[in-house]
Write a protein that binds this ligand. Structure first.
Ligand code: HEC
Length: 147
């Protein structure tokens, strides 16, 4: 192997390594959220206009979200990190919002055709911004980049 090839390999490794890197807060050991504040603002506006009637202001949801109602369906859960929204990858959350939930399970509507994919992406970032640092950290380690 020539020096040139070696150099090329190390540079490539460095670039790939950097692209994969995320910042860790040295004090907490948690991954740092480098969210775009404008995207959060846009996501909050979409949420406030469409989702508040069911999921509540700031995603607080229904207190008894684990219990089915008289219709046998689950009520809108909190999205703020206190229920299980953070047990899903971004891809799954996006699919749930675009396609809706199973009708026999609850009344989560499908937003495809009503919201753009960009609006859904913005809303998901806003939802993630509600999660406490430790919750986001666990989510990131398990779900970031997954389908
Ligand atoms: C008519 C009431 C209603 C509206 C409006 C509504 N949702 Fe829901 N949503 C639900 C219900 C009920 C569930 C739980 C049952 C299910 O998944 O079908 C749910 C589930 C979800 C989940 C999955 C949560 C989890 O913990 O897995 C996400 C994410 C979500 N909604 C986001 C949104 C967003 C974003 C909007 C606005 C664009 C929205 N919802 C509007 C009723 C609603």
């Amino acid at each position: 192997m020539t020096i040139r090839t070696l150099l090329l390999i190390s540079i490539t490794a460095l670039i790939v390594g950097c692209a994969d890197q995320h910042q860790i807060d040295p004090e907490t050991g948690f991954v740092v959220r480098n969210f775009d504040l404008n995207q959060i603002k846009r996501g909050k506006a979409v949420y406030d206009a469409n989702c508040v009637p069911c999921h509540g202001v700031d995603g607080v949801g229904t207190p008894d979200w684990r219990k089915t109602g008289p219709d046998g369906k689950y009520p809108p859960p909190p999205l703020n990190g206190t229920a299980h929204t953070w047990h899903h990858s971004t891809a799954v959350l996006k699919k749930t919002i675009l396609k809706g939930g199973p009708p026999e399970f609850g009344s989560m509507p499908a937003w495809e055709g009503k919201l753009t994919e960009q609006q859904v992406d913005d809303t998901i970032v806003w939802i993630k911004s509600l999660w406490p640092d430790e919750v986001y950290n666990v989510w990131f380690n398990n779900f970031e980049g997954k389908d």
